[in-house]
Design a binder for this molecule. Structure first.
Ligand code: PMP
Length: 291
């Protein structure tokens, strides 16, 4: 039996799960989404993700045709139907079918898609040895253009940065904002460690406020590691003792090289490793996933 995908109230076989070519989600990237994980049968930080999804939707004046509770149940049902206890969950809300013009008020029927599957962003050895990343020319979208807090179906800004990284032979890009401060990676938030303190760009640097970012900040605080939000420049990255990225799909992954410069001693740092362990305990994925 193949994977089933929830499409606006129905469970469809993966190969038959589709939406209209007139859906503005496709025609204009008009919609919002969330990436969520389930570990050991439990949806990790479910309410935080649902809240962020509803805020993203409100931000683009899109009404999700389900209540938060109904959406939660639909996610649980999709996991159950597929018999999954460890999964990557993609919830997508599209504006729905409309005319061949931008006007979203001509799209009366937003669509809800829930995919439950697996994801592997980076090879296993990169979690052990660390990633090499570069800063790229494409700047993160400015607040004044489209708030990076909206997790919209418009990811071209991030995709441009990803292309620049891949063309340079690395798997991930650090995006700066239009003022030249560090914002985030294409689908992950960024942390550095300097003199024992964890530092990450503040929301006003133009980031998606990652749920994993918050989990890591909370774990650090519980472990008495000092944490602060502060604007970072490329210089701060180059002189960092450690660096790592956080995200639902990526989880916590060390960075050991930025713009061809070695970070620390070129291996994942001790505080990074400590947080990686704490994160694994928090998600219990140690015991249930054999990567
Ligand atoms: N920044 C961007 C641009 C993202 O798309 C994501 C999610 N993939 C993140 C940061 C990390 O957010 P979270 O920890 O909530 O997955």
């Amino acid at each position: 039996m193949g994977l089933k995908v929830y499409v606006s109230g129905e469970m469809k076989e993966k190969k038959h799960a589709s939406i209209s070519v007139y859906d503005h989600g496709l025609l204009y990237g008009d919609g919002v989404f969330e990436g969520i994980r389930a570990y050991n049968g439990k949806i990790f930080r479910c309410m935080e993700h649902i809240e962020r999804l509803f805020n993203s939707a409100k931000g683009i004046a899109l009404e999700i045709p389900l209540t938060k509770k109904e959406l939660h149940e639909a996610i649980e049902n999709t996991l159950d139907v597929n018999n999954l206890s460890d999964a990557y969950i993609r919830v997508v809300i599209t504006r729905g079918v409309g005319t061949l013009g931008l006007d979203p008020t001509k799209c009366p029927d937003p669509q809800v898609i829930i995919i439950t599957d697996s994801i592997c962003l980076y090879p296993k050895e990169m979690y052990e040895n660390g990633l090499e990343v570069i800063t790229v020319p494409t700047a993160r979208t400015a607040h004044s253009a489209l708030s990076p807090k909206i997790k919209s179906l418009n990811y071209l800004n991030n995709i441009m940065a990803k292309i620049e990284a891949k063309q340079a032979g690395v798997v991930e890009a650090i995006m700066l904002n239009s003022e030249g401060y560090v914002a985030e990676c294409t689908g992950d938030n960024l942390f550095i460690v300097k003199n024992g303190t964890l530092v990450t760009p503040p929301p006003e640097a133009g980031i998606l406020e990652g749920i994993t970012r918050q989990v890591v900040m909370d774990l650090a605080q519980t472990a008495s590691l000092p944490v602060k939000e502060q604007q970072l420049t490329r210089f701060d990255l180059y002189i960092a003792d450690e660096c790592f990225l956080t995200g639902t799909a990526a989880e916590v992954i060390p960075v050991v090289k930025i713009d061809s410069r070695q970070i620390g001693d070129g291996t994942p740092g001790n505080i990074t490793k400590q947080l990686l362990d704490l994160f694994r305990q928090e998600t219990c994925y140690n015991s249930v996933i054999d990567r």
